[in-house]
Design a protein around this ligand. Structure first.
Ligand code: D41
Length: 671
């Protein structure tokens, strides 16, 4: 059995390394299939030799029996809370108090984003995760071990040397915004309960009695402190966190140690600017005195340490009033209620509109016109109404508040509306005969990632459709000086420019063209997958459901949408007319061995000045290269623009060639 013992150890080791690379460095070392195969092999061996199964085996992430209730666990060392600073002055006051007590003229602070999630404590005995508890009231919390074990970036056992015999790690569990949006979109489409914000979603997910449910939630852990420790750790906060990282625990990649409070304020300003670009919600910055000896001298007051403070960002959720609701018709005919709000400042911008998603959402919120509502804006996500405030004090508001009446016919064309089985969305079935839909279709067709018609913006498209100059896609290509001259504010020069841009847009690529058609659920990635799989438009039009589902990225739902599109005579007519009008693209050659960059795999990261990331990728692919989203041992080269972070680091670690934008431009020029 020694061979099996060794194989099991090797498999666990490998799975841990792979999942650390995947979740920590955001760069897979192997394809998913290899990971899955190793996991299956380990499960098989453990089933055959149950004695060799351990609680920290990667197979043990998801339990199989739900709990009846959570046990309460007392924290051996209380989990303190944090004092807040709401202004630069309050931060300076904090620094003065610290320096006065220390009798120093300056000190080092470790700065880290304040994640907006659920605080938890993890206990590792001899490097094995044995308990996870929520912070609760700071003195005791709930035992959520089974749930925390399902979080993929929480190591079940620590790797490396000199792991303490007892180590309590404290940190925050969050759900990234993208995962939150997906979770809610799925719930909304199925008419289920949605979460108000990512923090509630994280808290709700951790409070599931059945860890199989938790395992399906995109939870992420980040360590920010230690509690009780039996063993050695560095004398500085930043070094302690780096040590945790070396043992396999995730820490914030934005952590930075600075000297003096002014550097703290600069850090705050710079992260506040990038708040929307971060993958998860943060509600401020935490500053901690970096030296542990200094921390000890400062001690704590009641429930918060004197050596740390949270400088809060402007709120992401504020109260305002719902003034009215408009109903918009999208390019797929979906009727979306849009809330008109009394303008408010939220997370740095003034918001006067918010989406209400659909009729079910209005019903779920129980919102009426005139109500006070809580509006949330996070990242580039459209502002949302998350809840309605009971209007206790304002009798006046009560009197004017009235129900939102969902239209019974299309607000644009007056045509009938339909609701598909199991769908929350109500649609106008008018297609291109509905003006609002045809505007939406044309806007999508002309947009940057589609046909990229320069200068053909939303306003102009509204005009073209309203004036009856364009009613379907191919009519864009029949516009001329004379027809354009009838438009307001359209001079000879601008119409010439527009016509030139339309002419230029005829030269496109097959993926762009497919994407531009606006087939439901066919985004950029799916369009590219279809083009790469079928190589020609004719082949896509010929494909049946089974063949379509053979494409990466295409499931039964997407296949149905494609079939419904291609089976439509009207659509086929438009396709033909577009080709007749001169829309064309270079043939895609089946042999990917073509082009000067054939056989190479590229990752483009960071911001480029001269072009977007997807353009850079498209140009590399046009030269035969493959492009990928994450750096691995398969990567040949990385293009690192401004602000390139973990992917660049990973490339450095793997010794992969890194090009800056200038080098990329030179290469593109040469080849
Ligand atoms: O990101 C956070 N939410 C965060 C919370 C953080 N980065 N650091 C924290 N540090 C502490 C001390 C200084 C007490 C160790 C915290 C918290 N506390 C905290 N989270 C919830 C209550 C307190």
């Amino acid at each position: 059995m020694t061979a099996e013992v060794e194989e099991i150890a090797a498999l666990r080791d490998r799975l841990q390394t792979w999942s650390a690379a995947y979740f920590e460095q955001d760069s897979p070392l192997v394809p998913d299939a290899d990971y899955d195969a190793a996991m299956r092999r380990l499960e098989e061996l453990e089933a055959r030799y149950p004695k060799l199964r351990t609680s920290d085996s990667p197979t043990q992430r998801v339990g199989s029996t739900p709990l009846n209730a959570f046990d309460t666990v007392a924290h051996r060392m209380p989990m303190l809370s944090l004092d807040n600073a709401f202004s630069g002055e309050e931060l300076v006051d904090f620094d003065r108090r610290v320096l006065d007590r220390l009798g120093q003229s300056a000190t080092d602070y470790c700065c880290e984003p304040k994640l907006d999630g659920v605080a938890v404590s993890l206990i590792y005995r001899h490097g094995v995760l044995v308990q996870a508890a929520t912070r609760g009231d700071g003195a005791s919390g709930e035992d959520v071990t089974a749930n925390v074990k399902t979080i993929r970036n929480v190591p079940l056992s620590l790797q490396g040397t000199q792991v303490p015999s007892y180590l309590e790690v404290r940190g925050e569990v969050v759900i990234p915004r993208a995962g939150f949006e997906k979770l809610n979109a799925r719930a909304r489409a199925g008419g289920q309960k949605v979460f108000v914000n990512p923090r509630n979603a994280a808290a709700g997910s951790l409070r599931q009695l059945d860890s199989r449910i938790t395992s399906k939630r995109p939870l992420v852990f980040t360590a920010y402190a230690v509690g009780v420790v039996e063993g050695d750790l560095p004398d500085f906060h930043d070094a302690t966190l780096h040590q945790l990282h070396d043992w396999g625990l995730p820490i914030s990649e934005h952590m930075k140690t600075v000297t003096g409070i002014h550097a703290c304020e600069s850090y705050y300003e710079s992260l506040a600017k990038r708040r929307d670009d971060l993958p998860f919600d943060i509600d401020g910055i935490v500053f901690k005195v970096n030296g542990l000896a200094e921390q000890q001298r400062l001690g704590f007051v009641s429930r918060a340490p004197r050596w740390a403070i949270a400088r809060k960002f402007p709120a992401q959720e504020v109260t305002t009033r719902l003034l009215d609701v408009d109903f918009q018709v999208g390019r797929t005919g979906a009727i979306t209620p849009v809330a008109r709000l009394e303008p408010v400042f939220v997370a740095g911008v003034t918001v006067s509109n918010a989406t209400l998603h659909n009729a079910d959402e209005i019903h779920r919120l129980g919102v009426r016109i005139g109500d006070s509502v809580i509006v949330r804006r996070a990242g580039d996500v459209i502002p949302q109404i998350v809840s309605v405030l009971p209007d206790s004090d304002s009798g006046a508001a009560q009197r004017v508040a009235h129900d939102i009446i969902f239209p019974s016919r299309c607000p644009d064309c007056g045509g009938p509306l339909e609701r598909e089985d199991g769908e929350a969305v109500i649609r106008c079935v008018g297609g291109m005969t509905c003006r609002a839909q045809s505007k939406g279709v044309i806007k999508h067709f002309a947009s940057r990632k589609a046909m990229d018609i320069d200068g053909l913006g939303d306003k102009l498209i509204d005009q073209l459709v309203d004036e009856g100059l364009v009613g379907s896609l191919e009519e864009l290509f029949h516009l001329n000086q004379q027809s354009l001259s009838s438009l307001d504010r359209m001079g000879v020069k601008s119409s010439a420019n527009l016509l030139r841009a339309i002419e230029q847009a005829k030269d496109t690529t097959l993926p762009r063209f497919i994407y531009a058609l606006g087939i439901r659920e066919v985004g950029e990635a799916t369009a590219r997958a279809l083009a790469e799989h079928f190589l020609t438009l004719e082949a896509i039009l010929r494909a049946d459901g089974e063949i379509l589902e053979g494409v990466d990225d295409v499931g039964p739902v997407v296949a149905q949408h494609i079939l419904r599109f291609t089976a439509d005579k009207g659509n086929c007519g438009v396709l033909e007319k577009l080709l007749d009008a001169g829309v064309r693209w270079p043939e895609i050659s089946a042999a990917s061995g073509d082009g000067p960059l054939a056989g190479t795999t590229w990752v483009v990261t960071g911001k480029l000045d001269s072009m977007g990331r997807s353009d850079a990728e498209a140009r590399l692919r046009a030269l035969g290269a493959k492009t990928a989203n994450s750096v691995s041992s398969q990567t040949t080269s990385v293009v690192a623009g401004v602000g390139a972070g973990s992917k660049r680091k990973k490339a450095e670690a793997l010794g992969i060639a890194i090009l800056d934008e200038t080098a990329l431009l030179e290469l593109l020029e040469e080849t």
